[in-house]
Design a protein around this ligand. Structure first.
Ligand SMILES: NC(=O)c1ccc[n+]([C@@H]2O[C@H](COP(=O)([O-])OP(=O)(O)OC[C@H]3O[C@@H](n4cnc5c(N)ncnc54)[C@H](O)[C@@H]3O)[C@@H](O)[C@H]2O)c1
Length: 247
């Protein structure tokens, strides 16, 4: 059982949805936040007392504050944030324009900072809390974009999340707030829907385990990082990638 109040972003789909469901099944109180409000309401058990839904864009500063304020009002506290929500960009280096680059940075970097900043404030007051951000194995690999793969805007935004994790971990550690990141390998979600069959087979060759991840396998890392079992971990990036990027 998990006696925690947790904000889960990206909760409409994929890893975030799996995470919200796992937490609810363990008895946690969950604020689910995603820009795809209708989809989130279709996929989660609306009406359950332990679940609060908020639809909107994580790059909106006032909305991030509202998500935290509503969580405190609804559940009386906030123990953890697990931030999976992100925008994808497949544009290759010679296709990427400033507009798309800025949009991806705004959602994946500024948005990550804003929701973490908002969540950290009540955690600091209570002297305890855990924040989990989401980077990507494609940062190690150096994905170039096209056909489902993250391109330079996406990769750069996910690289920034690792740096942000370290900066926030150092700033918030003295107040008892831990900040870590999960780095998923390729995971069976909407984000890889544009991979062709040939590409999927070729990519799987990189995985000693011979397959991509299920969303629950990545969500489990988030649950571990907010648990007391990870009480001495902060500033780390936890790679959960089926061995796709060693050696
Ligand atoms: N699927 C993979 O292979 C893979 C690999 C590495 C990293 N990741 C990361 O895992 C995380 C979860 O992705 P997923 O695979 O579950 O994909 P997904 O597309 O299923 O889920 C992403 C969710 O983020 C939400 N979102 C997008 N923009 C938003 C915004 N501005 N504000 C709030 N919510 C927004 C979407 O509506 C969606 O529900 C992401 O951070 C992604 O970058 C995924």
């Amino acid at each position: 059982m998990t006696d925690q109040t947790v904000i889960v972003t990206g909760a409409a789909s994929g890893i975030g949805l799996a995470c919200a469901k796992l937490l609810l099944a363990r008895g946690a109180r969950v604020t689910a936040f995603d820009i795809a409000g209708e989809k989130m309401a279709q996929n989660l058990p609306v009406g359950e007392a332990n679940l609060h839904l908020i639809a909107g864009d994580v790059s909106e500063p006032s909305l991030c504050q509202q998500v935290v304020a509503e969580t405190l009002a609804q559940f009386g506290g906030l123990d953890a944030l697990i931030h999976w929500g992100a925008a994808h960009s497949m544009a290759r280096w010679d296709e990427l324009g400033a507009e798309e680059c800025n949009r991806i940075m705004e959602i994946n970097v500024t948005g990550t900072f804003l929701i973490a900043q908002a969540a950290a404030k009540p955690m600091i007051e209570q002297g305890k809390g855990a924040i989990v951000l989401c980077t990507s194995t494609s940062v190690l690999y150096g994905g170039t974009g096209g056909q489902g793969q993250g391109g330079p805007a996406y990769i750069a935004s996910k690289g920034a999340v690792i740096a942000l994790t370290r900066s926030l971990a150092r700033a918030l550690g003295p107040d008892g707030v831990r900040v870590n990141a999960v780095s998923p390998g390729i995971t069976e979600t909407a984000m890889i829907k544009d991979y062709s069959e040939e590409q999927r087979e070729a990519m799987k060759q990189r995985f000693p385990l011979g397959r991509f991840a299920d969303p629950e396998e990545i969500a489990a890392a988030g649950l571990y990082l907010i648990s007391d079992q990870a009480s001495f971990m902060t500033g780390e990036t936890m790679h959960v990638n089926g061995g796709s990027n060693f050696g």
